[in-house]
Design a protein around this ligand. Structure first.
Ligand code: ATP
Ligand code: MG
Length: 722
């Protein structure tokens, strides 16, 4: 093996991939085998050894976080900056292309990104204004349709259909697109589609980038969709070298249009491509890897890979059967406290769950135990109601024609612009093909609104215009401060009572500091600071959080854990109906995708993996009794260790849900004590493990020798000491 510093820390296959000649390459390999590492080293190799300028390299990653890590690692390897290298997500790169060529694609210079929530509002409003029944035509469904078509590269006019339902959806798509174009708004799917059209239809632009990007490298390739792949095809002309790395077993975005078939397609489209397979896993212990391999082996459609590790077996995977979701959270908190008390960092712990809604109970338990945590995804800072309100004002300051922003705040805080007035404005806008702002201004000028409504609309227009005029040379921080106070948002939330309102006020103030601390990327010099900030808020929401440097437990969905690794991982809610999700259970294809998600989750763990499930779970106010997930039965039994509760009971954790309000003495008054042997008429003999509540409602948990653990109400259980 070579001793070149960029290669010395790699195995032979990795080294071959890093130093391969200029030809297309596929690195196909399982989790933790060093694919991302290979990509990073290859970029450094190309720059240092092959003398490519960073300017001529394009790297695509799955999240903004991954992109900035990748840039950092390349710079670390090279010991110099690679500022002019393009690296980012498909969406981020598309945004950059559109900014550079806004005129070519027919966008105003200050075009704004419409996030998914605002998109849905806009669609909803259009459905209403088209006099369609909102029950029959839910906005969410229409939104899904529009984005799906865009992901396939289809404009409304390309859709030919005789199906009456689809004809209506197509009309909604048309109206929606018109409205976006008028307002200078671009949704996430549109970013990709428009950038694609730019490259496809504009030869000069296309050739410019083909000339520039000698090397194109894509991580997590298995989750590219049609339009993203089409993009890569367009960017790579005759002589561009494309390197893709991926793992078909980790394709988890099929539900959002990702096509794992793109891997095969790549091999067809680039017949000269070499394929390199990496088989050694450097991330996880033997037990974790064996269990993950054994789960994924149940999928039928696989390209097939073997993964091995020469690391140690490690400890078995812990499996904990919780009584309910709160017990699950309590157990997890106990394990995290133990981990911390052994001198480990909290940021080395990840809590993974199938859906965002599951985080709340975990969050509460962590709060209670005073364990700092950070959430990736979910309701991110920039997605919170009050923040979106403030951002809408900022967007209007930048661009009056932003219909989605007007819809959001024209009457927030309430200023006497009711639905009737709004409907008149909407209708005028629609009939005259104007933005809502223009329509409103016209109605005011032509005195076509009733007196009070007219005054209200006029003063809203005045408000935005004044803020814009008077803040021209303000810093972003001062501007946002003006906006939250003069709009009345701050006063509105200050007047509300309760903890939630307090949080909202805090968040608004946090927004001002976010603005103050915002530094514009050098690649964004073409944008005003305000527009750079707005794009940042829309694109990077949640991936970076305020207290980035605090040591904190990391919470995220299984989906957003892709590509990451942690010494300790909790995979929670592993129950039939939760994971695999209810909707996936009847469809073999979707079930396989859930299984890949399980594989992704397990392979995030380096040393410790803890899997938990709850016998009873409350979801949206309803109690469910789920069976343990099939995925657990697909793991080899000898890699698992079922946790017994007794050890937990003797050492109550600070999140004492089961001990709050029930002192030890009060419990002993029931005549039972922890660890005591008891007999139940139906369930037989067992041991007392835990208790909860006081008085007639107090409940007791017993591990029955025959039937396992159960919670019983003491007053009804008719237990006898045995
Ligand atoms: P995933 O499929 O989850 O994205 P991956 O294939 O991209 O995983 P990496 O994240 O690149 O894997 O690597 C996994 C871990 O193994 C990292 O901590 C990486 O530094 C380490 N690693 C990779 N190759 C080697 C090697 N040759 N020697 C030592 N450690 C390595
Ligand atoms: Mg990776």
């Amino acid at each position: 093996m070579s001793t070149h510093p960029l290669i010395s820390g790699l195995n032979e296959k990795q080294a071959n991939a890093v130093s391969a000649d200029d030809r297309p390459m596929l690195v196909l390999a399982g989790a933790g085998s060093g694919k991302t590492r290979v990509l990073v080293h290859r970029i450094a190799w190309l720059i240092q050894e092959r003398r490519y300028s960073p300017y001529s390299i394009l790297a695509v990653t799955f999240t903004n976080k991954a992109a900035s890590e990748m840039r950092g690692r390349v710079e670390q390897l090279l010991g110099s900056s690679v500022r002019n290298m393009w690296i980012g997500t498909f969406h981020g790169l598309a945004h950059r292309l559109l900014r550079a060529h806004y005129m070519d694609v027919g966008l105003p210079q200050n075009f704004q990104i419409l996030d998914s929530d605002d998109q849905q509002r806009l669609v909803k409003r259009l459905i209403k204004s088209m006099n369609l029944d909102e029950k029959r035509w839910p906005a969410k469904q229409a939104q899904w349709y529009i984005n799906g078509k865009k992901d396939e590269g289809l404009r409304a006019q390309h859709i030919e259909t005789f199906d009456p339902t689809e004809q209506t959806l197509k009309q909604i798509y048309e109206a929606y697109q018109e409205s976006c174009d008028r307002a200078g708004l671009v949704d996430f799917a549109e970013l990709l589609l428009r950038a694609h059209e730019l490259l496809r239809d504009n030869k000069t632009v296309r050739e410019h980038y083909q000339k520039r990007f000698r090397h194109i490298l894509v991580d997590e390739f298995q989750d590219t969709n049609s339009i993203q792949y089409a993009w890569i095809r367009l960017l790579s002309g005759q002589d561009n070298i494309v390197t893709i790395v991926g793992d078909d077993d980790q394709s988890i975005y099929g539900w959002r249009g990702a096509r794992v078939e793109n891997i095969q397609q790549f091999l067809d489209d680039y017949p000269a491509a070499i394929t390199i397979r990496l088989e050694q896993n450097y991330r996880s212990t033997g037990n974790i890897l064996r269990a993950a391999n054994s789960v994924i082996a149940n999928n039928a459609e696989r390209l097939g890979k073997d993964l091995w590790t020469d690391g140690n077996e490690g400890e078995p995977i812990s499996l904990y059967a919780a009584f309910n979701e709160m017990d699950e959270a309590r157990y997890i908190v106990g394990r995290i406290e133990e981990w911390r008390d052994q001198g480990n960092a909290l940021q080395d712990v990840a809590l993974l769950y199938r859906s965002n809604a599951q985080s709340r109970v975990l969050e509460e338990a962590l709060l209670h135990a005073r364990l700092p945590y950070r959430i990736y995804g979910g309701l991110r800072f920039f997605e919170r109601q009050e923040i979106k309100d403030a951002l809408a004002y900022l967007r209007l300051v930048s661009n009056r024609d932003d219909d989605a922003a007007i819809e959001r705040v024209i009457n927030t805080p309430t200023r006497g612009i009711g639905n009737r007035t709004l409907d008149i404005i909407r209708q005028t806008a629609r009939e005259q093909k104007k933005s809502l702002w223009q329509a409103a201004a016209q109605l005011v000028d032509e005195k076509q609104l009733a007196g009070r409504a007219r005054n209200a609309v006029a003063s809203f227009i005045e408000l935005i215009n004044t803020i814009d005029d008077e803040t021209e040379d303000f810093t972003l921080g001062r501007l946002s401060n003006e906006v939250i106070s003069r709009s009345g948002l701050l006063a509105m939330y200050e007047a509300e009572k309760g903890e939630k309102a307090e949080t909202r006020v805090e968040n608004l103030k946090e927004l001002v500091s976010a603005c103050e601390n915002f530094t514009q990327d050098e690649s964004e010099e073409d944008l005003t600071p305000l527009n750079a900030f707005l794009a940042h808020a829309a694109l990077e929401a949640g991936e970076e959080q305020a207290d980035e440097y605090q040591d904190a437990v990391q919470l995220m969905t299984l989906h957003s854990a892709k590509g990451l690794e942690f010494p300790m991982v909790f995979m929670t809610g592993v129950e039939e109906g939760v994971f695999p999700s209810q909707q996936s259970m009847d469809e073999p294809g979707r079930l396989e995708e859930e299984r890949r998600l399980c594989y992704v989750g397990m392979t995030r763990a380096m040393q410790k993996l803890v899997i938990t499930y709850a016998e009873q779970r409350r979801i949206y106010g309803q109690d469910f009794f789920h069976k343990v997930s099939r995925f657990i039965s697909e793991m080899p039994a000898d890699a698992l260790h079922e946790v017994r509760l007794q050890t937990q009971v003797q050492k109550p954790t600070s999140y004492g849900r089961f001990n709050t309000g029930a002192s030890h003495e009060a419990f002993e008054q029931t005549g039972f004590s922890l660890g005591q042997r008891v007999r139940h008429a139906k369930f037989g003999d067992g041991t007392v493990l835990n208790y909860e509540g006081t008085g007639p409602q107090s409940r007791i948990q017993i591990n029955f020798d025959q039937v396992g653990t159960k919670w019983l109400v003491v007053a009804y259980a008719k237990l006898e000491a045995s």
